[in-house]
Design a protein around this ligand. Structure first.
Ligand SMILES: Cc1cc2nc3c(=O)[nH]c(=O)nc-3n(C[C@H](O)[C@H](O)[C@H](O)COP(=O)(O)O)c2cc1C
Length: 158
């Protein structure tokens, strides 16, 4: 394989940026993710690829829920702050405004809107794990353009 070509193609894929809200008991966290996609119309489902060595993966496995919150184009700084690993920034969620959603997962109030998912499947995918969630709740907070990875000047992988 031409690794440079793969990197160029991977880095050109357009993605949105999302805050993934997670919960385990009274512990809450959120992290920035671009590897998010809808994967079913009916029932509505999403897939999210989650780092194997982050703090959030165990929280998702234990609670079986997560929220996907859509960053607005004006939230570049928030996306950068939530991209810090929880091991280095254990209270990063406290820097954001949030409430608990109907699943218990935190929902971020300054984003454009959110969906909440109950995890229905998990697939090992190399250094990440793909979680498939059925969407069980949703809300819109405000209108606006979403934050996109190239416009934000971020990269993840390649
Ligand atoms: C632009 C960008 C995109 C990211 N996308 C993902 C992603 O799709 N999945 C993921 O697990 N981590 C992603 N990360 C890393 C996370 O934000 C975070 O650092 C990591 O998951 C560990 O977080 P935690 O310790 O709070 O669980 C991304 C980071 C950046 C800067």
């Amino acid at each position: 394989m031409d690794v440079d070509a793969r990197r160029i193609v991977f880095r050109a894929i357009p993605y949105g940026l999302h805050a993934i809200g997670v919960r385990r008991g009274e512990e809450r966290n959120a992290f920035t993710a671009n590897w998010v996609t809808q994967c079913s119309f009916e029932p509505p489902m999403l897939a999210v690829a989650v780092e194997n060595d982050g703090a959030s993966i165990a929280m998702i496995r234990e609670s079986g829920v997560l929220s996907v919150n859509l960053f607005g184009a004006d939230q570049r700084r928030a996306a950068a702050r939530l991209a810090r690993p929880a091991a280095r920034a254990p209270r990063k969620l406290e820097e954001m405004q949030y409430r608990d959603g109907s699943t218990g997962a935190p929902v971020l109030l300054e984003t454009l809107g959110y969906v909440e998912c109950r995890i229905v499947a998990e697939l090992p995918t190399g250094d990440h794990t793909l979680f498939v969630g059925e969407v069980v709740d949703a809300g819109v907070f405000r209108e606006g353009a979403p934050l996109e990875i190239h416009a934000a000047g971020f990269t993840y992988g390649g």
